[in-house]
Design a protein around this ligand. Structure first.
Ligand SMILES: Cc1ncc(C[n+]2csc(CCOP(=O)(O)OP(=O)(O)O)c2C)c(N)n1
Length: 503
């Protein structure tokens, strides 16, 4: 067996099932090995940013790393923004990067590049396979490094001569070491405490435990502002998300004397502002962090402080009604989605200023947001989530500007027959930049650089070109009819919702 086969075989043994690929000549042996590995599904992405975002979406829904197969330094570089987002969401991702043969290094071949240097800032672990004998073990080590918890990006560089040379051996997966629950002996949860939940604690188990703690101790609960994945809707204890607006967030945390971080990072402003502290916690607030298995830690604490308090019997609030017919706005889109969302849907949110929170009475769903702020994540993330959960409908709420970074994700939606309904909220603007210019510079923001009209983007034509049926809605009635139809039919759809810019 050659090194390439050893790598792919070993990845399969370690539990990897999907490879999001955009290969080149230096990966041909890896592609041949992939074609011979039936339990590893190869998914073609037409841009590396799509492969990276899809691997992130797959990981968020399964906890298992998918593999990206990318072409040397430039291929990796195209994927970096969404790998950054995956890193911020603590998603396990394994990058398999083909490289020129080691014997070819230094000759100045066109694609010669420093792959490891490019991978470093987004990766917890980077290794270059040195020989076919060790390549299988390298692949298994990459999966172990990515898996966590918390998950991370791991990058294995495979030079072409390592891939094509004989002597490879498939390696066995390392036994998993269960994470120790965080020691909770000293956790200080009381009336002036806030527990900030993030990462895996935002699933039903963690939210239930946190809710019991809050009711027993009077501590207040918050979710991090941009969670990688949060379970929401009917039957899940609702939780307030920390605002992404620094003024609101600071105000919300003002009375907090003690902050417990359960899977969340210390809350900070996304961008510095002159003369303002970067941290959002008030002066004098003590911060305590739960490490290890944070969900188990919350459950242990709940059993200690609230032994007899069962999870609240969550009464489903009334299902939201379909709104009356009127010209579409961002609020109208949210109302229609909340009214029609199927049970167990996955909602991807990259609607930026056009998002309005879906109410708690909405069907039980998982919500995936952009933890890393590099836009162009939504449609790739939806592809990965849909592949991970073929029996769950995916609704992708996508702002027009963000959609244009990775539109070829739609082609992958079509090619793989993914059950993704993308709603593009077309406000013809980079509205958030207008809002921030007004807020920070005091100049109402009419820069031509924030205007996406002229020419107007035609997302119906774009979807059609990618093989995705498209339609346009400019009233709540039209959106309701089109969304009902899209959700009733399997496979991908795109609805362009024309909405006024809010800023
Ligand atoms: C990769 C990357 N490039 C640029 C930016 C800067 N940026 C932040 S928001 C934004 C525009 C967002 O516009 P759109 O997605 O249409 O949402 P809207 O603000 O209109 O709601 C830009 C360009 C970024 N965050 N990430």
């Amino acid at each position: 067996m050659n090194g390439a086969t050893a790598v792919l075989e070993s990845l399969g043994r370690a539990g990897v099932r999907v490879c999001f690929a955009n290969p080149g000549t230096s990966e041909l042996h890896l592609v041949a090995a992939l074609d011979r590995t039936p339990h590893l599904r190869a998914v073609l992405c037409l841009f590396e940013g799509v492969a990276a975002g899809a691997a992130d979406g797959y990981a968020r829904m399964t906890g298992i790393p998918a593999v990206t197969l990318l072409h040397q330094g430039p291929g990796l570089a195209y994927g970096l923004a969404n790998l950054h987002n995956a890193m911020r969401a603590a998603s396990p991702v394994v990058n398999l990067i083909g490289d020129g043969a080691s014997t070819h290094r230094g000759l100045g071949a066109p694609l010669e590049s420093d792959v490891a240097a490019l991978a470093g800032p987004v990766s917890r672990w980077v290794r270059t396979a040195r020989n076919p004998e060790g390549a299988g073990a390298d692949a298994v080590a990459a999966v172990a490094a990515a898996t966590g918890p918390p998950g991370a990006v791991a990058t294995l560089v495979v030079p072409a001569d390592v891939a094509w040379s004989p002597g490879g051996r498939a390696a066995r997966a390392l036994p998993e070491e269960p994470a120790a629950p965080a020691p909770v002996g000293t956790v200080n949860a009381g009336r002036d405490s806030t527990i900030l939940l993030g990462g895996p604690t935002l699933r039903a188990r963690g939210l239930t435990a946190a809710d019991r703690i809050a009711r027993a101790t009077g501590a207040s609960l918050l979710a991090e502002a941009f969670p990688g994945r949060i379970e929401r809707g009917v039957d899940v204890p609702p939780i307030e998300r920390l605002s992404g607006n620094p003024v609101d967030a600071r105000q919300r945390l003002a009375g907090c004397r003690h902050l417990v971080l359960a899977g969340a990072a210390t809350p900070v402003m996304a961008f510095a502002e002159p003369g303002t502290a970067g941290e959002l916690t008030p002066p004098g607030c003590t911060v305590e962090r739960l490490d290890g298995d944070t969900t188990a830690a919350l459950e242990e604490l709940a059993n200690r402080v609230a032994p007899h308090l069962r999870a609240r019997p969550y009464k489903p609030p009334a299902t939201p009604n379909e709104p009356v017919n009127r010209p579409l706005t961002a609020e109208g889109v949210a109302q229609v989605v909340a009214a029609l969302l199927p049970q167990w849907a996955i909602v991807v949110d990259e609607a930026n200023t056009s998002i309005v929170a879906l109410p708690d009475g909405t069907a039980r769903h998982d919500l995936l947001t952009n933890s890393g702020f590099a836009i162009g994540l939504g449609m790739p993330l939806a592809a990965g989530a849909a592949l991970a959960c073929p029996d769950r409908p995916v609704v992708c709420l996508e702002a027009d500007g963000s959609a244009m970074y990775t539109p070829s994700a739609l082609w992958t939606h079509a090619r793989e027959g993914l059950d993704v309904t993308t709603i593009v909220l077309n406000n013809r603007a980079y509205a958030i930049l207008r809002r921030e210019r007004t807020r920070l510079l005091g100049q109402p923001g009419g820069s031509a650089l924030f205007d996406l009209s002229g020419p107007d983007l035609d997302f119906v034509a774009l979807a059609t070109a990618m093989g995705v049926p498209g339609s346009r809605a400019s009233t709540t009635g039209e959106l309701t009819a089109q969304l009902k139809q899209a959700l009733a039919e399997p496979g991908p759809h795109l609805i362009e919702a024309t909405v006024p810019a809010r800023y």
